[in-house]
Design a protein around this ligand. Structure first.
Ligand SMILES: [Zn+2]
Length: 372
C-alpha cells in the first residue's frame, strides 16, 4: 500500500529572493503559454524539433536559462500528451495560474534547513522551517513534484511525500473502534474494551454560530470592505476547521496501536454534515467538514499501520446495540438520548452510533477472515 501525504513547509526568503522567486514563477508560466501556442499551431510534440523553433525566444524574450527552457518545453509537451491520452478535444492549453512545478533534485532540494531552488539567475538558497516534518526526512519517504505557494504574503512548499507500507491484514486486526461523527460531539469513539471517548463539539458549535452571524451581517452590508472581510473570515474559519480536524483525528488514531480497525460512516456525497442547533431558543444550522475529518483519519491510520473502513450509516442511530431492536423512536434526537423501546437500554445517542459502527466492523472482520 502506498501512502501519499502533502507536507507543507514554510520557507523564509529575504526580499531579494522573493522578487527573484516571483519573477521566476511568472516567467515560467508565461514561457509555458508561449510554447503552448507553438505546440497548438504546429502540433509538434517532439522536443528536439520544437527546440529549434522556440529556444531562441525562450532565452531572449523570457530570460530562460538553457536548463529551464528545456523544462518549459517538457511541461508544455506533457500537458498536450496527457490531454490527448485522456481523449480530450485538441484545444489550446492555457497555463492560467502562475505556477512553477518543482521537480525533486532537478529544481529543488531540501538539505539541513536549506531549500535550494532554481531561478532565472541560477540556484538560490532559502532557509526553511522543518516543524513537524522531521519524520519525512528519515530517508524512507520519496519527495514528489512540489508546488510553490504564496499565501497571505508567506511562502510555502507543498510537497507530495510517498512511502510504501506493508498492507495491514484483516486477520491481524486486534482492536476495532467505531467512530460516530456529529455536531454535538464532533466524534465519539467506542472500542473493544467498552471504552467510550467523546470529542466535545460545544465550543465548536458556538464558534460556528458566531462566524455565521458575522458572515450574515457582512453579506448584508455588501460593501467592498465588507466583502474583503468576509473573505478573510472565510479563510480564517477554514484554517480553524482544518486545525480542529487534525487534532481530533490525531487523538483518535494515536490512542490505539497498530492493527486497529477504525469504522466510520460512509457519508459519500456529503462533504459537510449539517445539524440544527438550538441556541438561546433560536435554531441555527451548523455544519462541519466531516469529509476532511474522514480523509485525515484514513491516512493517519495508514501511517499508524492500522486501517479505516467506511460502512453504510443505515440504522446506526436507531438500532439497539444490545438487543438489535430497530425503531426510529429509540432515539430522542433533540435531547441526544437513546432509549430502547424493547429492552430499555439507555445511553447517549452518539455513543450508540459508535457502538453500532463498531459492531459493523466486527461483522466485517468476521466475514473477511472467514473467506480467507
Ligand atoms: Zn434493546
Amino acid at each position: 500500500m502506498q501512502v501519499t501525504v502533502t507536507a507543507k513547509i514554510k520557507i523564509s526568503p529575504d526580499s531579494n529572493q522573493i522578487n527573484l522567486i516571483m519573477d521566476t514563477v511568472f516567467a515560467y508560466s508565461r514561457a509555458c503559454n508561449f510554447v503552448s501556442e507553438i505546440v497548438f499551431e504546429t502540433k509538434n510534440l517532439v522536443q528536439t524539433s520544437l527546440h529549434k523553433i522556440v529556444y531562441k525566444t525562450l532565452k531572449e524574450k523570457y530570460s530562460m536559462r538553457s536548463q529551464m527552457a528545456q523544462y518549459v518545453m517538457k511541461t508544455a509537451i506533457a500537458k498536450y500528451k496527457s490531454t490527448r491520452s485522456n481523449k480530450h478535444k485538441y484545444n489550446l492549453i492555457n497555463f492560467k495560474k502562475p505556477e512553477y512545478d518543482l521537480v525533486w533534485n532537478r529544481d529543488y532540494s531540501l538539505v539541513k534547513g536549506v531549500f535550494s531552488v532554481n531561478t532565472l539567475e541560477g540556484r538560490i538558497k532559502v532557509p526553511f522551517e522543518i516543524n513537524q516534518m522531521e519524520k519525512y526526512f528519515d530517508g524512507t519517504w520519496k519527495f514528489g513534484t512540489a508546488k510553490l505557494v504564496n499565501k497571505y504574503g508567506k511562502f510555502f512548499l507543498h510537497i507530495p511525500m510517498t512511502k510504501e507500507f506493508d498492507d495491514v491484514k484483516e486477520e491481524n486486526i486486534d482492536e476495532i473502534v467505531g467512530i460516530d461523527f456529529g455536531i454535538n460531539f464532533i466524534a465519539t469513539s467506542y472500542d473493544l474494551k467498552g471504552k467510550t471517548t467523546f470529542f466535545k463539539g460545544r465550543h465548536i458549535k458556538d464558534k460556528r454560530a458566531h462566524y455565521k452571524r458575522v458572515r450574515k451581517s457582512l453579506q448584508q452590508k455588501g460593501t467592498p470592505s465588507a466583502r474583503r472581510r468576509l473573505k478573510a473570515i472565510g479563510n480564517r474559519e477554514n484554517r480553524w476547521i482544518t486545525d480542529v480536524n487534525h487534532q481530533v483525528s490525531k487523538a483518535l488514531v494515536t490512542e490505539y496501536s497498530k492493527n486497529t480497525l477504525f469504522v466510520i460512516e460512509d457519508l459519500t456525497g456529503i462533504r459537510n454534515a449539517t445539524e440544527k442547533v438550538n441556541k438561546k431558543n433560536k435554531y441555527v444550522y451548523v455544519s462541519w467538514s466531516f469529509y476532511q475529518l474522514r480523509k485525515m483519519i484514513e491516512y493517519k491510520s495508514e501511517l499508524n499501520k492500522s486501517m479505516t473502513i467506511a460502512v453504510s450509516p443505515k440504522y446506526t442511530s436507531q438500532e439497539c446495540p444490545k438487543c438489535n431492536h430497530i425503531n426510529k423512536s429509540n432515539r430522542d434526537k433533540k435531547n441526544h438520548k437513546f432509549l430502547c423501546k424493547k429492552c430499555g437500554y439507555k445511553s447517549n445517542d452518539d455513543r450508540i452510533g459508535a457502538m453500532n459502527l463498531q459492531r459493523k466492523g466486527i461483522e466485517y472482520i468476521f466475514e473477511v477472515t472467514k473467506s480467507v
